[in-house]
Design a protein around this ligand. Structure first.
Ligand code: AMP
Ligand code: GLY
Length: 416
């Protein structure tokens, strides 16, 4: 098979690496890819991001299957366009992708189908939103409706903070339209878990759970990032939590997908909050997480291409996904200054003493030299029979990966 994989992050390097292990796969084009996919087995980067150009490329190269990494092309209807041309593609069509593309849409969906989630109100008028802040409880959570590159959520300790958030979204328009509609939501206290899963619209199979570490500093301090490292499985996802998740969140979501008639053969990623009052759904993502994918796929025993093909045939009920024993951790190495301003273009040195995989993200080759090219530069993997062993392995490996200003959290996997 010839595959086309769309995206350029660490998630896509992990996907490409996993696909390359499939006996069925002969070639993987990655559009646009990064420094990791540039040299990964069976891979070739192609510098295309425009959806119509991608359609043409898939036709010209006789691509057998296209897999979409990030949410942006999915919410823009890439799946509809490929299918219209008779091209095989894995991911939700535009209607299902709205579960990530619009917070008000996804909250309405959750309410309609009884998915357990935080109480909320939606606003399109700034005066009404400000009036609501007079009566709501604090802390409260203000969310931009549209895609805001992971920055559209403000946890506000008091009314003043909430007013600032509302005004910056709705009046100053800091998210270029994505914050013109907002959701104001009940604050939930607990621990988070990422449950990536695959669906064919009839069945959902959850993957091994992950624990992301969203803030930039140790102990969960400082501003939010895209994710600084992931522990899988997530130790807080006990059997009891999983049962609650399956009953109150997963089954109800599947029912909603069926009732709405979404054309959904793709990934659905549940961001959940485990609280004293039970397990709640915070959000849906319609793609794999980054850096969840790096840890979760590292533990996947099954051939991911076969799993995806089963989903496209609507036969997920006939398969079982196999997992490796043990624990996987990935620790992100970021550019100095991320998630704020940072400088790019530093040489990255990876010593051969690194025992496990290094997945590259914001990294690219320039005249044959691997250089930093983004905030989250790469992820270093650690494996073990338990968390402690995996942590030791990851932090040992990281000693052998260097670039100027490289920063990582030192507490990934310590259950913070
Ligand atoms: P989201 O994009 O909805 O996942 O929000 C980003 C992050 O904000 C989540 O990973 C949580 O850490 C936090 N968050 C979102 N909604 C809530 C909530 N209702 N209560 C507490 N924290 C939240
Ligand atoms: N790491 C969180 C996400 O991919 O949304």
């Amino acid at each position: 098979m010839k595959l086309l994989l769309i995206g350029s992050g660490g998630r896509e390097h992990a996907l490409a690496w996993k696909f390359a292990q499939s006996k069925k796969v002969e070639k993987i084009f990655v559009a646009p890819g990064n420094g990791g996919t540039a040299i990964e087995n069976k891979c070739e980067n192609v510098n295309i991001t425009d959806i119509d150009e991608l359609v043409k490329f898939a036709q010209n190269e006789n691509v057998d299957l296209t897999v979409v990494g990030p949410e942006d092309p999915l919410t823009k209807g890439i799946v509809n366009k490929f299918k219209k041309e008779g091209l095989k593609i894995f991911g939700p069509a535009e209607n299902g992708a709205k579960l990530e593309g619009s917070k008000s849409f996804s909250k309405e969906f959750m309410k309609k189908y009884g998915v357990k989630t935080a109480q909320y109100e939606t606003f399109t008028n700034v005066d009404e939103a400000l009036k609501y802040l007079e009566i709501c409880e604090y802390p409260t959570v203000v969310k931009a409706d549209g895609l805001a590159a992971g920055k559209g959520v403000a946890i506000c300790a008091n009314k003043q903070e909430a007013e600032e958030a509302v005004k910056s979204y709705m009046v100053e328009d800091i998210f270029n339209g994505a914050g013109q509609t907002i959701v104001i939501e009940e604050f939930l206290e607990g621990v988070e878990a990422s449950i990536l899963s695959i669906t064919d619209g009839k069945t959902i199979i959850p993957f091994i759970s992950g624990k992301d570490h969203k803030q930039i500093f140790d102990g969960g301090k400082g501003p939010n990032t895209g994710g600084m490292g992931v522990l899988a499985p997530n130790p807080y996802v006990t059997e009891a939590v999983m049962k609650e998740f399956e009953e109150n969140i997963m089954a109800k979501t599947l029912n909603g997908i069926k009732e709405e008639g979404f054309d959904y053969k793709g990934i659905i990623f549940f961001g959940i909050m485990i609280t004293k009052k039970g397990t709640y759904l915070l959000e849906y993502n319609v793609r794999m997480g980054d850096p969840e994918t790096q840890s979760v796929l590292y533990l996947m025993e099954s051939d991911l291409v076969e799993v995806i093909e089963a989903a496209l045939r609507e036969e997920l009920d006939k398969i079982e996904i196999k997992w490796k024993d043990g624990v996987c951790i990935n620790v992100v190495l970021a550019s100095n200054g991320y998630p704020g301003n940072f400088t790019k273009g530093y040489e990255i040195k990876i010593d051969e003493k690194v025992k496990d995989k290094v997945f590259l993200a914001g990294a690219k080759f320039e005249n044959g030299i691997l250089k930093t090219n983004g905030g989250r530069v790469l992820s270093v993997i650690g494996l073990g029979k338990d968390t402690e062993e995996a942590r030791k392995d990851a932090y040992n490996n990281i000693k052998y990966v260097q670039f100027e200003g490289a920063y990582c959290r030192t507490d990934i996997g310590t259950h913070m």
